[in-house]
Design a protein around this ligand. Structure first.
Ligand code: GTP
Length: 203
Protein backbone atom coordinates (compact mmCIF):
# COMPACT_ATOMS: atom_id res chain seq x y z
CA UNK A 1 0.00 0.00 0.00
CA UNK A 2 1.17 3.52 -0.81
CA UNK A 3 2.74 5.33 2.13
CA UNK A 4 1.32 8.58 3.47
CA UNK A 5 3.33 11.82 3.32
CA UNK A 6 4.85 13.36 6.44
CA UNK A 7 4.30 12.57 10.12
CA UNK A 8 5.32 15.20 12.68
CA UNK A 9 5.98 14.17 16.28
CA UNK A 10 5.84 17.08 18.74
CA UNK A 11 8.44 16.69 21.45
CA UNK A 12 9.26 20.17 22.66
CA UNK A 13 7.00 20.63 25.66
CA UNK A 14 7.76 21.36 29.32
CA UNK A 15 6.24 18.16 30.76
CA UNK A 16 5.52 20.07 33.96
CA UNK A 17 2.58 17.84 34.93
CA UNK A 18 4.64 14.66 34.46
CA UNK A 19 7.70 15.91 36.32
CA UNK A 20 10.19 14.41 33.85
CA UNK A 21 10.62 14.95 30.12
CA UNK A 22 7.88 12.94 28.43
CA UNK A 23 9.83 12.58 25.18
CA UNK A 24 12.14 10.16 27.00
CA UNK A 25 9.42 8.11 28.62
CA UNK A 26 10.18 4.40 28.47
CA UNK A 27 7.65 1.60 28.39
CA UNK A 28 9.12 -1.80 29.23
CA UNK A 29 12.58 -0.29 28.83
CA UNK A 30 11.98 1.07 25.36
CA UNK A 31 11.46 4.73 24.57
CA UNK A 32 7.84 5.38 23.66
CA UNK A 33 8.93 7.82 20.96
CA UNK A 34 11.04 5.08 19.35
CA UNK A 35 8.06 2.76 19.28
CA UNK A 36 5.98 5.52 17.71
CA UNK A 37 8.66 6.14 15.07
CA UNK A 38 8.82 2.43 14.24
CA UNK A 39 5.08 2.27 13.71
CA UNK A 40 4.82 5.53 11.77
CA UNK A 41 7.84 4.70 9.61
CA UNK A 42 5.96 1.84 8.02
CA UNK A 43 3.18 4.16 6.91
CA UNK A 44 4.81 7.55 6.27
CA UNK A 45 7.48 8.57 3.78
CA UNK A 46 8.93 11.16 6.12
CA UNK A 47 9.06 11.46 9.91
CA UNK A 48 9.88 14.80 11.53
CA UNK A 49 10.55 15.23 15.24
CA UNK A 50 10.27 18.79 16.53
CA UNK A 51 12.15 18.70 19.81
CA UNK A 52 13.82 20.98 22.36
CA UNK A 53 16.57 18.35 22.92
CA UNK A 54 17.96 17.68 19.42
CA UNK A 55 21.23 16.20 20.73
CA UNK A 56 19.30 13.28 22.17
CA UNK A 57 18.37 12.23 18.65
CA UNK A 58 21.88 12.02 17.23
CA UNK A 59 22.11 9.10 14.83
CA UNK A 60 18.38 8.97 14.21
CA UNK A 61 17.45 8.63 10.55
CA UNK A 62 14.57 11.08 10.90
CA UNK A 63 14.49 14.82 10.38
CA UNK A 64 15.18 16.41 13.76
CA UNK A 65 14.14 20.05 14.12
CA UNK A 66 13.87 22.65 16.85
CA UNK A 67 11.18 25.31 17.11
CA UNK A 68 11.75 28.34 14.90
CA UNK A 69 9.43 30.31 17.18
CA UNK A 70 10.48 29.59 20.76
CA UNK A 71 8.31 29.12 23.84
CA UNK A 72 5.08 29.31 21.96
CA UNK A 73 3.65 25.85 22.62
CA UNK A 74 2.58 22.99 20.36
CA UNK A 75 1.36 25.20 17.53
CA UNK A 76 4.92 26.48 17.09
CA UNK A 77 6.03 22.84 16.78
CA UNK A 78 3.44 22.27 14.07
CA UNK A 79 4.67 25.45 12.36
CA UNK A 80 8.30 24.28 12.22
CA UNK A 81 7.32 20.77 11.14
CA UNK A 82 5.05 21.98 8.34
CA UNK A 83 7.61 24.48 7.11
CA UNK A 84 10.16 21.70 6.60
CA UNK A 85 7.75 18.96 5.49
CA UNK A 86 8.38 17.51 2.06
CA UNK A 87 4.74 16.65 1.47
CA UNK A 88 1.57 18.71 1.13
CA UNK A 89 -0.05 17.20 4.22
CA UNK A 90 1.38 16.17 7.56
CA UNK A 91 -0.09 14.01 10.27
CA UNK A 92 0.64 15.58 13.65
CA UNK A 93 0.93 13.61 16.89
CA UNK A 94 2.25 14.31 20.40
CA UNK A 95 5.23 12.33 21.74
CA UNK A 96 3.15 10.95 24.61
CA UNK A 97 0.42 9.20 22.61
CA UNK A 98 0.93 5.44 22.69
CA UNK A 99 -2.18 4.33 20.80
CA UNK A 100 -1.63 4.99 17.11
CA UNK A 101 -4.37 3.56 14.90
CA UNK A 102 -3.31 3.25 11.27
CA UNK A 103 -6.84 2.45 10.08
CA UNK A 104 -8.09 5.70 11.53
CA UNK A 105 -5.18 7.61 10.01
CA UNK A 106 -6.11 6.03 6.70
CA UNK A 107 -9.70 7.17 7.15
CA UNK A 108 -8.53 10.73 7.84
CA UNK A 109 -6.30 10.61 4.80
CA UNK A 110 -9.27 9.63 2.62
CA UNK A 111 -11.11 12.73 3.85
CA UNK A 112 -8.10 14.88 3.00
CA UNK A 113 -7.82 13.35 -0.47
CA UNK A 114 -11.51 13.91 -1.10
CA UNK A 115 -12.04 17.39 0.33
CA UNK A 116 -8.53 18.91 0.17
CA UNK A 117 -9.19 20.82 3.39
CA UNK A 118 -6.60 22.78 5.40
CA UNK A 119 -7.04 20.66 8.50
CA UNK A 120 -8.75 17.38 9.38
CA UNK A 121 -9.29 16.71 13.07
CA UNK A 122 -11.77 14.99 15.36
CA UNK A 123 -14.25 16.56 17.74
CA UNK A 124 -14.97 14.68 20.95
CA UNK A 125 -17.50 16.04 23.43
CA UNK A 126 -17.39 19.36 21.61
CA UNK A 127 -13.59 19.62 21.98
CA UNK A 128 -11.02 19.16 19.23
CA UNK A 129 -8.30 16.51 19.32
CA UNK A 130 -5.47 18.44 17.65
CA UNK A 131 -2.66 15.89 18.07
CA UNK A 132 -4.04 13.22 15.89
CA UNK A 133 -4.87 15.18 12.80
CA UNK A 134 -3.76 16.21 9.36
CA UNK A 135 -2.56 19.74 8.58
CA UNK A 136 -1.74 21.25 5.20
CA UNK A 137 1.53 22.96 4.46
CA UNK A 138 -0.62 25.79 3.06
CA UNK A 139 -1.49 26.95 6.59
CA UNK A 140 2.11 27.58 7.66
CA UNK A 141 1.82 31.36 7.29
CA UNK A 142 -1.60 31.42 8.97
CA UNK A 143 -0.01 29.71 11.98
CA UNK A 144 2.78 32.29 12.15
CA UNK A 145 0.29 35.15 11.98
CA UNK A 146 -1.87 33.47 14.63
CA UNK A 147 1.10 33.12 16.97
CA UNK A 148 1.95 36.79 16.46
CA UNK A 149 -1.47 37.78 17.74
CA UNK A 150 -0.47 36.16 21.06
CA UNK A 151 -3.18 33.56 20.58
CA UNK A 152 -1.48 30.24 20.79
CA UNK A 153 -4.36 27.83 20.92
CA UNK A 154 -5.05 25.51 18.05
CA UNK A 155 -8.82 25.68 18.48
CA UNK A 156 -9.15 29.34 17.55
CA UNK A 157 -6.78 28.88 14.61
CA UNK A 158 -8.62 25.96 13.05
CA UNK A 159 -11.90 27.87 13.44
CA UNK A 160 -10.55 30.41 10.96
CA UNK A 161 -9.41 27.75 8.47
CA UNK A 162 -11.10 25.30 6.16
CA UNK A 163 -11.31 22.54 8.74
CA UNK A 164 -13.07 19.19 8.50
CA UNK A 165 -14.24 17.97 11.90
CA UNK A 166 -14.77 14.23 12.17
CA UNK A 167 -17.64 13.35 14.49
CA UNK A 168 -17.14 11.33 17.65
CA UNK A 169 -19.47 8.53 16.52
CA UNK A 170 -17.27 7.95 13.46
CA UNK A 171 -14.00 7.73 15.36
CA UNK A 172 -15.65 5.27 17.75
CA UNK A 173 -15.88 2.77 14.90
CA UNK A 174 -12.09 2.63 15.00
CA UNK A 175 -11.41 3.28 18.65
CA UNK A 176 -14.54 2.57 20.73
CA UNK A 177 -12.98 3.90 23.94
CA UNK A 178 -11.30 6.80 22.13
CA UNK A 179 -7.91 5.49 23.28
CA UNK A 180 -6.15 6.90 20.25
CA UNK A 181 -6.42 10.39 21.71
CA UNK A 182 -5.07 9.35 25.10
CA UNK A 183 -1.87 11.10 26.02
CA UNK A 184 0.20 10.54 29.13
CA UNK A 185 0.33 13.84 30.97
CA UNK A 186 0.73 12.79 34.58
CA UNK A 187 2.16 9.98 36.70
CA UNK A 188 -1.43 8.88 37.30
CA UNK A 189 -1.94 8.55 33.54
CA UNK A 190 1.14 6.33 33.47
CA UNK A 191 -0.17 4.16 36.28
CA UNK A 192 -3.46 3.62 34.45
CA UNK A 193 -1.63 2.89 31.23
CA UNK A 194 0.63 0.35 32.94
CA UNK A 195 -2.28 -1.35 34.65
CA UNK A 196 -4.08 -1.74 31.37
CA UNK A 197 -1.13 -3.15 29.49
CA UNK A 198 0.60 -4.94 32.29
CA UNK A 199 3.62 -2.86 31.31
CA UNK A 200 6.21 -0.90 33.20
CA UNK A 201 7.16 2.68 32.50
CA UNK A 202 10.19 4.67 33.54
CA UNK A 203 11.92 7.91 32.67
N1 GTP B 1 7.89 21.53 19.43
C1 GTP B 1 7.15 21.86 20.47
N2 GTP B 1 6.34 20.94 21.03
C2 GTP B 1 5.62 21.30 22.11
C3 GTP B 1 5.70 22.58 22.70
N3 GTP B 1 4.87 22.63 23.77
C4 GTP B 1 4.30 21.42 23.83
N4 GTP B 1 4.74 20.60 22.85
C5 GTP B 1 4.37 19.22 22.56
O1 GTP B 1 2.99 19.20 22.32
C6 GTP B 1 2.40 18.02 22.89
C7 GTP B 1 1.33 18.41 23.86
O2 GTP B 1 1.93 19.16 24.89
P1 GTP B 1 1.36 19.17 26.38
O3 GTP B 1 1.45 17.81 26.95
O4 GTP B 1 0.02 19.80 26.36
O5 GTP B 1 2.35 20.18 27.05
P2 GTP B 1 3.74 19.92 27.76
O6 GTP B 1 4.41 21.26 27.83
O7 GTP B 1 4.50 18.83 27.09
O8 GTP B 1 3.33 19.41 29.20
P3 GTP B 1 2.81 20.27 30.46
O9 GTP B 1 3.94 21.17 30.90
O10 GTP B 1 2.49 19.23 31.50
O11 GTP B 1 1.60 21.04 29.99
C8 GTP B 1 3.55 17.25 23.51
O12 GTP B 1 3.97 16.28 22.59
C9 GTP B 1 4.63 18.29 23.72
O13 GTP B 1 5.94 17.75 23.66
C10 GTP B 1 6.58 23.55 22.10
O14 GTP B 1 6.71 24.70 22.54
N5 GTP B 1 7.27 23.13 20.99
Amino acid sequence: MKKFGTAIILAGGKSSRMGFDKQFLKINNKRLIDMMIEKLKKEFEEIIIVTNKPKEYRGYGQKILTDIIKNAGPLAGIYTGLKEAKFEYAFVIACDMPNIDIDYINYMKEIIDKYKVDVCITKVNGNIEPFHGFYSKKITESIREHLETEKRDIKSLVKKLNTYYIEEKLVKRYSPSLDIFKNLNTKKDLEHFNEKLGGKSSC
